[in-house]
Design a protein around this ligand. Structure first.
Ligand code: SAM
Length: 271
């Protein structure tokens, strides 16, 4: 079959190395009980092998030409949701296929890597894991440790909601057309860190605010959220966090503790 003419605007770099496709699908190891959602199947490089092992496989593809190709290749064996993945309510999809949890896989379009990750984090209660190919640079940010320049919002969020593991790199020549960057395959089994339940939005706000001014001390970067010095002192002391530290020095667990005490303080203030 001819290649679909790639659209740069849709992040189309098709995987053309069958060995790499096989390596990804083998590492994912889908079984007969799994309901798998593939994000952006494109020309079906991963789909073909996934369809052989996954109990149920559903594809989400925005490009009508690619969606049509998947329908032609697999018929009713692989239903296609022809939509922007960021607008797909994954909970409804899980319910439709009778799955408690979905498994996600995809060589994802790089122009929306972060939005896709945040979309998955938001739907984590209906997800078991995700196997994603992304730019190596983003993969390194997901697994980054504190006190490194890669450690930021993505690392804290990924390590709060998943246990990210970078499995292997894939060179540009494995794709058509070749991207400018090296890619990595990352596995993200969903598992919340203790204490995050119920404080997700406060936590997100604190992490974003702290890292948006990452060179400032926490005392300064979080001043807009906690304007009163006295209040700030109370929160930091109670959370056992040094106000003169910078965001990149805090572990994901530290952000959860800070968010919980911050939420209590704000509730106290309101009440
Ligand atoms: N999985 C194929 C492969 O490995 O060869 C294609 C990967 S290509 C990097 C990304 C795919 O995601 C393309 O098929 C593209 O059309 C699709 N895509 C782009 N934006 C999308 C979106 N917002 N929602 C769903 N699919 C999208």
């Amino acid at each position: 079959m001819d290649h679909i003419t790639p659209k740069k605007s849709l992040g189309q770099n098709f995987l053309v190395d069958a060995n790499i496709a096989q390596k990804i699908v083998r590492a994912f190891d889908a079984g007969p009980a799994d309901v798998v959602v593939e994000i952006g199947p494109g020309e079906g490089a991963l789909t073909r092998m996934l369809a052989e092992t996954a109990g149920r496989l559903v594809a989400v593809e925005l490009d009508s030409r690619a969606a049509e190709r998947i329908r032609t290749m697999f018929g009713s064996r692989v239903p296609v949701v022809e939509r922007d993945v960021l607008e797909v309510p994954l909970g409804e999809l899980a319910a439709e296929y009778g799955a408690e949890c979905l498994r996600i896989i995809g060589n994802i379009p790089y122009y929306i890597t972060s939005p896709i990750l945040f979309h998955l984090f938001e739907h984590r209660t209906v997800l078991a894991d995700a196997m994603l190919m992304m730019q190596r640079e983003v993969a390194l940010r997901l697994v980054a440790r504190p006190r490194t320049k890669e450690y930021g919002i993505l690392a804290v969020m990924a390590q709060t909601y998943t246990v990210p593991k970078r499995l292997f790199d894939v060179g540009p020549r494995c794709f058509y057309p070749s991207p400018k960057v090296t890619s990595s395959v990352v596995h993200l089994p969903f598992a919340d860190l203790d204490g995050i339940a119920g404080i997700e939005s406060v936590h997100r706000r604190i992490v974003r605010t702290a890292f948006n001014q990452r060179r400032k001390t926490l005392r300064n970067s979080l001043a807009q959220l906690l304007p009163e010095q006295e209040e700030r002192d109370r929160v930091f002391t109670h959370a056992e966090i040094d106000q003169t530290a910078r965001a990149e020095e805090l572990l994901p667990q530290d952000f959860i503790r800070l968010a919980r005490i911050f939420a209590d303080e704000v509730a106290h203030r309101a009440g």
